[in-house]
Design a protein around this ligand. Sequence first.
Ligand SMILES: Cc1cc2nc3c(=O)[nH]c(=O)nc-3n(C[C@H](O)[C@H](O)[C@H](O)COP(=O)(O)OP(=O)(O)OC[C@H]3O[C@@H](n4cnc5c(N)ncnc54)[C@H](O)[C@@H]3O)c2cc1C
Length: 505
Amino acid sequence: MSQSALIKRILIVGGGTAGWMTAAAMGKLLAPLKIDVTLLESDQIGTVGVGEATLPHIRFFNRRLGIDEADFMAQTAATFKLGIEFRDWARKGDAYIHPFGDYGRDIKGVPFHHYWLRLRQRGRAWRIGEFSAPVMISEFGRFAMPVEDERSVMSSFSYAYQFDAGLYAKYLRRFAEACGVRRIEGKITTVIQRGEDGFIEAVKTEDGRRVEADLFVDCSGFRGLLIEQTLKAGFEDWSAVLPCDRAVAVPCENAAPSLPYTRATARGAGWQWRIPLQHRVGNGYVYCSEHVSDDEAAQTLMASLEGRPRAEPNFLRFRAGKRRRQWVKNCVSIGLSSGFLEPLESTSIYLIQASVTKLLELFPDRDFRACDIDEFNRAMDLEYERIRDFLILHYHATERDDTPFWDYVRTMKIPDSLAYKMTLFRKRGVVVKYKDGLFLHPSWIAVYLGQRVMPDMYDPRAEFIAEDELEKTLSAMRNLIRKTAESLPDHSDFIRRYCPAPGTV
Ligand SMILES: Cc1cc2nc3c(=O)[nH]c(=O)nc-3n(C[C@H](O)[C@H](O)[C@H](O)COP(=O)(O)OP(=O)(O)OC[C@H]3O[C@@H](n4cnc5c(N)ncnc54)[C@H](O)[C@@H]3O)c2cc1C
């Protein structure tokens, strides 16, 4: 590659979570290439400003950037997150936690849940969650850091964060600017394309400034200013299988000590989130506008707040789906401009991270080879499709028939890729394995069983062990997990010691 083909200027359009995560990563990790990284955002337009629950992967993103965890958590008023509790999903009155960790331990090479199923068929009524350290730690409202020693049950889980999205964007901005990223305030009114090949050459702002770059990263949010409005990437609409298209969000005061998990409670036409932070609780109702009005949704949300509201309700509109191509010519879309999957499993920030990581892995020069672009698009399509199927499972595997919304999702046609997975689990308890993309074995187990998808049979190899011996082994595992969880510090005390947000102590 000649020196002259190197990317010299990157323009990131948009300063929401996607823009600043991209800017922080590029500013830090591409520093040796001495590229000029600029971020352009418009205060006039603003950001979506929600997005408070994350997945454990964010810790690896932070670690790569050299971010100090305790400082990061204090500055973003963050709490720890060990999983998501689903209430009223398969049936009203049900509750289960999808934890960030394993269930029990495999025995003689056979996955744990088959042994659990075997004892269940013999009438043992232990919940699968009792064999998960993060479930039990969550239920007791405790927290401690996982350890590396594989003999300890404290090695069987991971954790993520629940943080204030506004503080997160500010934190990342400070970080990115310290790495040399330049910020421009301005509203883009024109996007200029090269005559010969349609590549983006520059953008022009309302006040007449022209900003040129070699690589453009579109983080402009739902509007997809570059990727869609200019380059017409196209949108694959998934609203037939993920019909929720609106949300109303409102923060409220903390009425109780913060819990180390997010809650998702099913409602008549969607579901409601509860995300506990150090200084407040984030709440929102994600709903399907065909089945409930904005006013009714807001009333449902406001009536169920645990503390006094701290703002007016904020209404948001969206459509499930993704861009047909997320990288077109010299423009890569990251964040909401690349697509949207509702926040049921807190996957959007993960998707931003996956896009940034993939873009760095396939970092182009100014020749923009088709093979790099194709590989990026293939990998991101896969990420989106895996998450889509997992989300649909929560809705489709339900017994609820109490509202037209639940009737619709229970009976809708689902993608073949999910139908295949569900059949395999239903028939013989096998979770389809894959290497790339989100949600590994324990996540699928949590949601299948939580949604009452019970296998007809367990793995015949689970008969390897005599029943009384199996019973003793599982009973010991269960007791150890419970005792360990109970002995840990209270989650709020742990935070007060480790990462108190300014003004909370
Ligand atoms: C209801 C809801 C709940 C969510 N909850 C979660 C969650 O719990 N966990 C999670 O991981 N994710 C969640 N998300 C997703 C998360 O909010 C987004 O992924 C994240 O905020 C990224 O947004 P963004 O940066 O792509 O877009 P935005 O925040 O919309 O930012 C767009 C940026 O582009 C700029 N811009 C746009 N047009 C122009 C222009 N013409 N000129 C200049 N600048 C421009 C704007 O000024 C802004 O800075 C949720 C989303 C919604 C809708």
